[in-house]
Design a protein around this ligand. Structure first.
Ligand code: HQG
Length: 179
């Protein structure tokens, strides 16, 4: 089984277009695993997918994009569905990072970090992760440093995505630093 392809299909269903699979995300983004499997089984490529396959897919993925709990499954970040997934705000590390293409920097330094097509701004816990995120769009991305601790103390809300990804609603310019 192509687990990377399965992961992409799941991200599409659980982050962006659950209605195409006749799924409805709950407030925290969960769907019943059984409903997801019924939906997947309708597509020729995924007729034989099992719960074990989904567990294996998560286990072998280099990024923790999805999580399974008590018979339900959800995407941990990346959502673009109209209904905003509710997350519990938590204190972030003092510094977070954001990798972005060179061409985006002047706009970011003018308007701050905005979620754009997604529900939340995505931040990285370390520079390596930020570099990898930025390299999706630019060979030599710019790594911005975010004064997350300070921002949180001044009322900006942060949410945990996974061990290397944090989310926020917006990051105003005054918390963004560029070397
Ligand atoms: C940029 C992937 C101009 C922002 C990744 C980014 C990540 C602005 C782009 C996750 C801006 C949005 C999310 C402003 C933000 N002016 N550009 N004011 N504010 N931007 O894909 O953070 O592999 O929605 O810098 O690895 O790149 O799919 O966000 O370049 O973790 O699991 O607007 O998606 O994870 O792009 O990536 P995205 P992102 P997966």
């Amino acid at each position: 089984m192509d687990y990377m392809k399965l992961s992409k299909e799941l991200s599409y269903a659980l982050r962006h277009a659950p209605w195409e699979y006749e799924l409805e995300l709950d407030e925290e983004g969960w769907v019943e695993m059984s409903q997801l499997l019924v939906a997947l089984h309708e597509s020729p490529g995924w007729r034989n997918v099992t719960e074990n396959d989904l567990e294996h897919m998560i286990a072998v993925s280099e990024k923790k994009r999805h999580e399974i709990n008590a018979g339900r499954i959800r995407a941990l970040y990346g959502h673009s569905t109209p209904q905003k997934i509710s997350k519990i705000a938590t204190q972030p590390p003092e510094l977070l990072y954001h990798g972005t293409p060179v061409h985006a920097v002047s706009s970011i330094m003018e308007h701050g970090l905005q979620p754009r097509q997604r529900q939340y701004v995505h931040l990285s816990a370390d520079m390596d992760t930020a570099r990898q995120v930025g390299q999706r769009r630019d060979d030599q991305p710019v790594i911005l440093r975010i004064q997350a601790g300070q921002a949180a103390r001044e009322g900006i809300l942060f949410y945990h995505g996974n061990e290397s990804i944090w989310l926020a609603d917006v990051i105003p310019v005054r918390y963004i630093e560029q070397d």
